[in-house]
Design a protein around this ligand. Structure first.
Ligand code: NAD
Length: 320
């Protein structure tokens, strides 16, 4: 039985990771400011506290840890990250967490540590063409992320890699591209495009839904189970990364809304409104991770979004 620690275990990806690690028979210590919102955590221990606090972080990262997963961050969808209104908090809170975690994991001889970076660290100049974005791992520099959230991710990638170089910290880094699935935020400002669009389609009475920007911007979306497979596979590999963990199925936001409408068996009319949209195009390039550790997504967008839509429709019913 491996002793694992999941930081950010009350969040979307962290709560799914805890479930998988428990199903696989590991001992799991879960840490977060808050309990998971939509599920009861099966973790062996759930410790609530603030990872910006060095003493607290020092108390939860113990000596005999086989695998530590660092997913805690101040984070949200475009409405949270791309408006600029939360930049200082995002950078300060997430950087403090990562500074504490890198240092203490080194001092406590954590055997393997996973860090969740983001595709938001890729330079904006390679993501201007919606139909031809470039996000291969080697395109990260010269750096020019379009958000402070992306700059913090880039800083923390370099922080963990510096601890590897100077202190042999066995770090593994993934750059996630838009992960979606059940039991994530779907309302209230921190939700991301897949959940927000499902909610809008499920809630519409007259068929009209609002989309931020012209909807021509493209993205790829990765189903949560594939993401968890990638995290665990990378953490148990001999590789370091940073590697993309994402889907290569590129779709415009307009077409994504129509796909959800098709799943919902509804006719929708899109109303484009002003709002934060991020880069014009973004898509994972899995060439390197597929070769290095043999990971690729198994669940296509329509299958994954059908599961998300059913869950959100039900949440909406329960709320009403
Ligand atoms: P999330 O917001 O659902 O989870 C993050 C968790 O971190 C939250 O539960 C939050 O309470 C916790 N946290 C924040 N500050 C804390 C603190 N000071 N002390 C303790 N806990 C704290 O986000 P998620 O979607 O599960 O993302 C997990 C990680 O993956 C994050 O680092 C995020 O930046 C990264 N990521 C996610 C996506 C995505 O599409 N979901 C894409 C790229 C990168």
């Amino acid at each position: 039985m491996k002793k694992t620690i999941v930081l950010g275990a009350g969040g979307f990806i962290g709560s799914h990771l805890v479930k998988r690690l428990k199903l696989d028979g590991n001992y799991v210590v879960a840490v977060d400011l808050k309990l998971p919102e939509f599920t009861i955590s099966p973790a062996d221990e759930f410790i609530q506290g603030d990872l910006r606090d060095f003493q607290f972080t020092d108390s939860v990262i113990t000596e005999n840890c086989d695998e530590l997963y660092q997913l805690a961050a101040d984070m949200g969808g475009a409405g949270y990250v791309f408006t600029g209104g939360h930049d200082a908090d995002i950078m300060h809170n997430s950087a403090l967490i990562n500074l504490n975690v890198a240092k203490i994991s080194t001092q406590k001889n954590v055997k393997s540590i996973f860090y969740s970076s983001s595709a938001c660290m890729y330079p904006e100049y390679n993501q201007m063409d919606p139909n031809n974005p470039k996000c291969s791992e080697d395109s990260a520099y010269p750096a020019d992320p379009d958000s402070e959230y992306g700059w913090e991710k880039l800083f923390s990638e370099r922080l963990f890699l510096a601890f590897k170089k100077n202190y042999s910290l066995n770090v593994k880094i993934a750059r996630f591209h838009n992960v979606y699935g059940e039991e994530g935020a779907w309302d209230g400002g921190k939700e991301k495009a897949p959940a927000a669009l499902c909610r809008k389609v499920a809630a519409t009475k007259n068929g009209e839904i609002e989309i931020w920007g012209d909807g021509i911007q493209t993205r790829s979306f990765l189903y949560i189970d594939d993401c968890i497979d990638g995290i665990i596979k990378l953490t148990r590999s001999n590789e370091t990364g940073p590697f993309n963990i994402g889907s290569e199925e590129l779709i415009s936001i307009n077409d994504f809304a129509f796909l959800i409408a098709e799943i919902a068996k509804k006719e929708v009319k899109i109303k484009h409104i002003d709002g934060p949209t991020g880069v014009r195009g973004r898509c994972s390039d899995n060439t390197i991770i597929a070769k290095a550790i043999g990971w690729e997504p198994k669940i296509d967008l329509k299958t994954g979004v059908s599961k998300l839509y059913a869950w959100i429709e039900n949440e909406l019913k329960n709320t009403n």
